[in-house]
Ligand binder design. Structure first.
Ligand code: ZN
Length: 249
């Protein structure tokens, strides 16, 4: 078995047996992997502390490509993200992001852009003094695009008219114009539509300081939530999103 070292974000972990721990990791070089830390919960060492969700590590592990579970060797912290972990709102968003990656990524192949998006977003959640919603929406939009589900925001899929706002169609899983779908509660007003387009096109820096009105907040968040649930089945079971809804209500 070869010893490999890679940049890693821990997505989730759970105890295993009396003294061990298993962690699911998103890594820069190997995509999603699981490692077992044998004996890490034994004694007074803090080795088990490495294998906690929302840690950014340089992870060393023994790789056996024929096994599903790799063996944890050692780690060093790259980011501790203390501000995120000490703030209930920030940590709720952090958990929702890593759970989306855990549930939404089925492919075991490495995906450098997705790894960079994960780091960029978690760094921003940790550092922000402003709107976390926007950072989370940015993540959702880019995550969808990277997985091949980039929303069409330009023309109505039904009549081909240029969209200026619209309604989310539960049938098509897309934004359609208000002529094609008059009934339905999931409206996206023209300003919210503009905001979605900025999130789709822009960099995180471009959208960080956007000013939001109440209606836009629920419309943009609602659209992305419905869109994700429609296109990525596993998102239905993302617990953190439900918990977040309660914490932030
Ligand atoms: Zn239409």
């Amino acid at each position: 078995m070869a010893l490999e070292i890679t940049d890693t974000v821990i997505l989730k972990s759970f105890p295993f047996g009396d003294t061990s721990k298993i962690a699911r990791c998103y890594t820069r070089d190997y995509g999603k992997i699981s490692v077992i830390g044998k004996g890490v919960r034994k004694g007074k060492t803090l080795r088990s502390g490495y294998l906690e969700p929302l840690n950014h590590l340089s992870l060393a592990f023994y790789q056996n490509p024929r096994r599903e579970l790799q063996i944890f060797s050692k780690a060093e912290f790259i980011n501790i993200w203390t501000a995120m972990k000490q703030n209930v709102k920030k940590i709720s968003y952090g958990f929702a992001i890593v759970e989306l990656v855990d549930k939404g990524v089925t492919d075991e192949e490495p995906h450098e852009a997705l790894f960079e998006l994960l780091l960029e977003t978690l760094n921003a959640v940790n550092d922000t003094k402003g709107n976390i919603n926007v950072i989370f929406w940015y993540f959702e939009m880019k995550f969808l695009s990277l997985l091949g589900f980039r929303p069409n925001l330009s023309t109505c899929p039904n009549c081909d008219e240029t969209l200026n706002g619209g309604v989310f169609s539960n049938e098509k899983g897309e934004l359609v114009c208000t002529d094609c779908l008059k009934i339905g509660g999931n409206t996206v007003s023209s300003p919210s539509h503009q905001l979605l387009k900025k999130l789709k096109r822009g960099s995180l820096k471009d959208v960080l300081n956007l000013q939001l009105k109440g209606g836009e907040r629920s419309e943009v968040g609602g659209f992305l939530d419905r869109y994700l649930r429609y296109h990525i089945d596993a998102v239905q079971s993302v617990r953190s999103l439900k918990i977040m809804g309660k914490v932030l209500a």
